[in-house]
Design a protein around this ligand. Structure first.
Ligand SMILES: Nc1ncnc2c1ncn2[C@@H]1O[C@H](COP(=O)(O)OP(=O)(O)OP(=O)(O)O)[C@@H](O)[C@H]1O
Ligand SMILES: [Mg+2]
Length: 356
């Protein structure tokens, strides 16, 4: 599943091209044990990727090359995550049993209803995850715009790497959850929501006993908050970014910054609540049992409490390294923190290939 197309290979490097930085991760597995052996990130110039489209290809290529060099990764075979509400699609569908061709027809027909672009422009992949109570088949469908696959393939190839698998960034969380959550946890909190508070998007992924059932990418992120601070305070973008992340350097934030952050957080939390409530009442008819958050903007002060109050559920920072050891090579505390809060997507992608 999760494959848009695949050429082969066993050991792949996860690449997460995010709005604010590129992250690369190499995870090795021995039996049931996982180790993060290499990780690096490289900031992207502001505006180089907008709405999942690469606007500054040479800069992004240089960043990817630098990122690989810094990481010490020798393996050039990679899995790349695609993203963006207008260029990718994720959908859980239910179809009736039939011959392979009949079922494929149903899957593609269902998928077409939800594609945000023409079906001729789509690469579509699917995975049958099991049977529903009525004897139908539950299928997870992932799609990406062909043009996007081409652009990101070119980026990878120009960086001297070989693209083997294209996944959806959104799916990386379920890969990781498979590693971090016990069967008991999945049973105890069957409806677990993940929220990735990134730079440009806030991504939602709802897992039901570990199976991805619903997702959404909301076009609001940390960038919007920094921009708002910049505008309202009349300062530069990087001054605003610093104020947002560090406050006065001692963990204190000026009152007007706290107000701007709070109003932006309310906006995004309002969207999350609306989206999830609608899905839960119309489709799932159940409650969310637990919520994990990740991404750089998940560190915004007060976010956890505000989200918990809105969703009426326990919210915790997700630890992607909970069941993974870290190689001694990655021993800086700064990098360790970066991996923990902003590396989940790259780590999840890097796991992608291991079970094949
Ligand atoms: N300590 C912090 N407090 C608040 N915000 C932070 C902190 N650290 C980083 N951020 C914000 O997190 C964002 C970057 O996070 P992350 O790396 O998860 O996003 P991304 O992957 O680049 O974006 P996207 O997933 O939307 O493509 C930036 O907007 C940055 O300002
Ligand atoms: Mg991200």
């Amino acid at each position: 599943m999760k494959i848009i197309f695949k050429v082969g290979a066993n050991h792949l490097i996860g690449i997460d091209v995010g709005f604010s930085s590129i992250k690369v991760a190499e995870v090795i597995r021995s039996g049931k044990k996982f180790q993060l052996v290499n990780f690096a990130y490289e900031d992207l110039p502001e505006g180089s990727i907008i709405d999942a489209e690469i606007h500054q290809l040479p800069e992004v290529t240089t960043a990817l090359i630098n990122c690989f060099q810094k990481s010490g990764i020798k393996n050039k075979n990679v899995v790349l995550g695609l993203f963006g509400p207008s260029s990718t699609m994720f959908k859980k569908v239910e179809i009736s049993q039939g011959t392979k061709d009949e079922m494929e027809d149903q899957i593609f027909w269902e998928a077409e209803q939800y594609l945000p672009f023409d079906s001729e422009d789509a690469n579509i992949a699917y995975h049958m995850v099991g049977e529903n109570e009525g004897g139908g088949i539950i299928v997870i469908v992932a799609a990406a715009k062909k043009e996007m696959v081409k652009v990101y393939s070119d980026l990878v190839e120009m960086s001297g790497l070989t693209p083997h698998v294209f996944d959806l960034n959104l799916m990386s969380i379920s890969n990781l959850y498979e590693v971090t959550a016990s069967e008991d946890e999945k049973k105890e909190n069957p409806n677990t929501l993940f929220v990735d508070f990134g730079g440009q998007y806030t991504k939602l992924m709802l897992l039901k006993e570990g199976i991805p059932v619903f997702s959404r990418e909301i076009n609001l992120g940390g960038y919007n908050i920094t921009e708002d601070i910049q505008r309202k305070m009349g300062i530069t973008f990087s001054e605003a970014e610093n104020l947002k992340i560090f406050g006065d350097g001692q963990g204190n934030y000026p009152e007007d910054i706290l107000t701007i952050m709070a109003s932006n957080m309310s906006n995004v939390i309002g969207e999350i609540k609306k989206t999830i409530s609608f899905y839960m009442t119309t489709v799932n008819q159940d409650n969310i049992h637990f919520c994990y958050i990740t991404g750089g903007s998940s560190l915004l002060p007060g976010l956890i409490d505000k989200l918990a109050e809105a969703l009426e559920v326990k919210v915790k920072l997700f630890d992607p390294l909970a069941k993974m050891s870290i190689s001694k090579k990655i021993e800086s505390e700064a990098l360790d923190n970066f991996v923990r809060y902003r590396g989940a997507t790259a780590l999840g992608l890097a796991l992608r290939e291991i079970n094949e």
